[in-house]
Structure formats: structure tokens, C-alpha cells
Design a protein around this ligand. Structure first.
Ligand code: AMP
Length: 422
């Protein structure tokens, strides 16, 4: 048997792979136009970064990390998310000391989680992210949410819903946490869930099982335990969203699986995706820098799933001819060895002139090569036979109409450029 991609992974193949590129461009465009600079961090980090930065009580760290020892005996982990690495890089290079705060960054790349694979949930997936570090300002939370909203809108998605909540801060969150634990300890729950009550009670609220959700009906909510500062902050974020015309739903049960989130938390969901409905999410993480040994650096950010956004767009039937950008416009059909030589150079010239061009390889006859021309989606074929070479011309065939004319070789590039640039 030939080798297969590992379980939970898949290959992006053309032309569908163009969709992923288009989604990445569109989702990050608004952030790039809002002063966010591109950052690329390593795909693997010291395991300690995620243990400290994501939190030992999370599913990610306790069950899902791809961790291994490298040949130098270091414990290395394939990144399961982007935020911890971004904060690590900012602290390492002192970006927060180099100028104005917030430091605004965006990223794009692969993430790795050993999850139960199903549609929309993979072990290797692709996220784009944006982070703003070093400011505590409700307008920054609102800005980030808006940038994601605009990214989805740029793709034409209409079915993305925004859920918002606040998780409180280090003043009110512990009080709420204790109240929640009291309530949860009184419920009839399985052993694993009971253990979770002690280490990460907020995550119990996130349990998707209907029987658990039913028991959670009367659970205390963080909104009822907010301190004045958190309440005012959250009101301002909501009011800015409303002022900017963003529709959202308050979801007092919305929690995030990562320990470092404080205050604003949000998620984008799409109803066309089945159980894996989250297309993106984020929030404020005021404590993360300190957890990584840095100074206080209140920050907010999001990560959007590229794979799931493609699925959401497919569910909405939004893709037309996604390969149009990359599509070959001119296709060379050389007939014979001398023709191949000439065509190779002509195609090179066309490409250098900015026209996407391809040619037939492998010494095909005219029939096979013309089939290639049709498959390529090109508008024109340039056919070059021995007699053409002798006459210093090539046959330029309009593949839509079938019209064919002999054009002097020296004029082909100019002529095709004129026709195709129109
Ligand atoms: P998270 O970092 O868990 O907040 O995830 C942010 C977004 O990444 C989610 O809303 C999903 O769109 C996407 N995502 C998370 N985990 C996976 C996965 N295993 N497979 C595909 N997409 C994922």
C-alpha cells in the first residue's frame, strides 16, 4: 500500500487549495490595514512555553500536544496555538520596549493538536491570528472583534454569528470561580468532570453533552459576579461594537479553554458546520506575559480557523472560480524538438511579461497537447509546428471562439498582452 497522510491530517490540493489562500488573504486584510505587522514564529517551541502559557489544566496541554524529545534531549512541542509564541517573541526581542504600545502583530500558520479527528476538526490545521499587546483599552478589544467581522464580511460570509462574554479579572474571577465550584460540587457528575471542577471549573460550563448542560441550568454566571471595573469595561466594549454596527449575542456561558483569558472573550460560530461550529475566537489575556516571566502586558487577540472558514464558505456556496487568479492564460503547443526549444523561450518571455503561461511537456502530439490547452483553462493556445518556424510565425488560437491566426513570432507577446490585459 502507498503511504497515506497521518490520521487527522489532509492535503490541500489545487484548485481547492486556492480557497485556503484566498481565505487567509481576506481574513488578515483588515488587520494588515489597521497597523498590525506580520510575525512568524517557529512551528515548534520549548514545551515549557505552552505548559506555562496555555495552562496544565487545559485539554490542549493535558491531552493534545505533540511533544517529543529532540536529539539534544530538549522537550519540544509542535505549537498548538499562536498566542503563547507571539508573547514569547515580543518579550524575547523587547518589542514592547521599542516604541508605542500596543504592539500589533498578525500571523498565519499551521497548528497541531492531537484531537479526535472529525469533519472540521483536524490534528494539523491552519489559523490566522492577530494580537495587540500592552494596552488595556476597550477600544482595542472592539477593534480586534471588528477586524475579524470585516474579514468574514470580505469573504461574503453571512452566516457567522458573534458571541461575546467577559470572564472578569484577577479581582472578581476568583470569587466567581469559588461560587461556581460550590454549585458544581453539588451536582451529580461523572468522575472526570468532578476532577475538572477542581482544576478548571469554567471549562465545565463548556461541556457539550446535553445531560451535563441540563444540570448546569442554574449555574452562577460570571456576569453576576463582575467587579465594577470589569462591568464598566465590558459595557464599553459592547457599546463600541454596537456603535460600529456589529451584531452580537451576549453568551454568559461562553468560556475559553485557555487559562490566560481575562475579561473580554468572544467566539465566531457558523451554523452550517455541524458540531465543530466555531470558526474563530479570541479574547483578552492580561496575565499571560507575567506567566511567561515578562512585565504586565495587558493584551487582546484572536485566532481564526482557515480550514473551517473554507468549510463555512462552501456551506454557503460562496466559491466561484477560485483558481481564476492562478489560472494559466496562454498555453504553448510545440510540435517537434525545435518547436519545444522555441516554445520554452516564448513561454518564459510571456511569464516575464506578466502573463500566466504554461506549455505542453513530454513531446505530445497535437491532439494530446490541445487537450492540455483546453484543460488548462487558458484563453489562447500558441501552436508552433515546423512549417510555422520556417515562416517565422506561430498559430494563435482563441480557445473560446476557435479562431486561429498566424502571428509573427516577434509580435506574439505584445499581441497576447494587449488582448489579455483588456
Ligand atoms: P482556539 O485556538 O481553540 O480558540 O481555536 C480558534 C479557531 O481555530 C477555532 O475557532 C477553529 O476555527 C480553529 N480550530 C481549532 N481547533 C481546530 C482543529 N482541531 N481543527 C480545525 N480547526 C480548528
Amino acid at each position: 500500500m502507498t503511504l497515506q497522510a497521518p490520521k487527522g491530517t489532509f492535503d490541500w490540493l489545487p484548485p481547492r487549495s486556492e480557497r485556503a489562500l484566498a481565505v487567509r488573504e481576506a481574513l488578515t486584510g483588515p488587520a494588515r490595514r489597521a497597523g498590525y505587522g506580520y510575525i512568524e514564529t517557529p512551528v515548534f517551541e520549548d514545551t515549557a512555553l505552552f505548559v506555562r502559557g496555555v495552562g496544565e489544566s487545559t485539554d490542549i496541554v493535558s491531552k493534545e500536544m505533540y511533544t517529543f524529545e529532540d536529539k539534544g534531549g530538549r522537550s519540544i512541542t509542535l505549537r498548538p496555538e499562536g498566542t503563547a509564541s507571539v508573547v514569547r517573541a515580543v518579550l524575547q526581542h523587547g518589542l514592547h520596549n521599542n516604541g508605542q504600545l500596543p504592539v500589533k502583530l498578525w500571523y498565519s500558520g499551521s497548528q497541531f493538536r492531537y484531537e479526535r479527528a472529525q469533519k472540521g476538526r483536524y490534528r494539523h490545521f491552519w489559523q490566522v491570528g492577530a494580537e495587540a499587546l500592552g494596552s488595556e483599552d476597550p477600544a482595542l478589544d472592539a477593534e480586534l472583534i471588528l477586524l475579524a467581522v470585516d474579514g468574514y464580511a470580505a469573504l461574503g460570509l453571512t452566516g457567522v454569528r458573534l458571541l461575546v462574554n467577559t470572564l472578569g479579572d484577577k479581582v472578581c474571577r476568583p470569587v466567581y470561580r469559588a461560587a461556581l465550584q460550590d454549585f458544581l460540587r453539588g451536582l451529580d457528575l461523572d468522575e472526570a468532570t468532578r476532577a475538572r471542577i477542581e482544576i478548571n471549573p469554567l471549562r465545565v460550563l463548556d461541556d457539550k453533552r446535553p445531560e451535563v448542560q441540563a444540570r448546569l441550568a442554574g449555574a452562577p454566571l460570571v456576569v453576576d459576579h463582575l467587579c465594577e471595573a470589569c462591568k464598566a469595561y465590558h459595557e464599553e466594549v459592547r457599546s463600541l461594537l454596537t456603535a460600529a454596527g456589529v451584531a452580537y449575542t451576549d453568551d454568559p456561558r461562553l468560556v475559553r479553554g485557555l487559562d490566560y483569558y481575562t475579561r473580554t472573550t468572544f467566539e465566531f460560530v457558523h451554523d452550517g458546520l455541524g458540531s465543530q461550529s466555531a470558526v474563530g475566537g479570541g479574547g483578552r489575556y492580561d496575565g499571560l506575559s507575567e506567566m511567561l516571566g515578562g512585565p504586565p502586558l495587558p493584551s487582546v487577540g484572536w485566532a481564526l480557523g482557515v480550514d473551517r472558514t473554507v468549510l463555512a464558505m462552501e456551506a454557503e456556496g460562496l466559491f466561484g472560480d477560485e483558481s481564476a487568479e492562478a489560472r494559466v492564460r496562454v498555453y504553448g503547443v510545440p510540435l517537434g524538438e525545435e518547436a519545444r526549444r522555441r516554445m520554452f523561450l516564448l513561454v518564459t518571455e510571456l511569464r516575464r511579461a506578466g502573463l500566466a503561461a504554461d506549455m505542453s511537456f513530454g513531446g505530445k502530439g497535437v491532439k494530446g497537447a490541445m487537450k492540455g490547452a483546453d484543460r488548462s483553462g487558458a484563453g489562447y493556445a500558441v501552436i508552433l509546428g515546423e512549417r510555422d518556424i520556417a515562416e517565422g510565425v506561430a498559430q494563435v488560437k482563441d480557445l473560446a471562439s476557435g479562431d486561429q491566426t498566424a502571428v509573427p513570432l516577434a509580435e506574439i507577446v505584445t499581441m497576447l498582452k494587449e488582448r489579455l490585459d483588456k
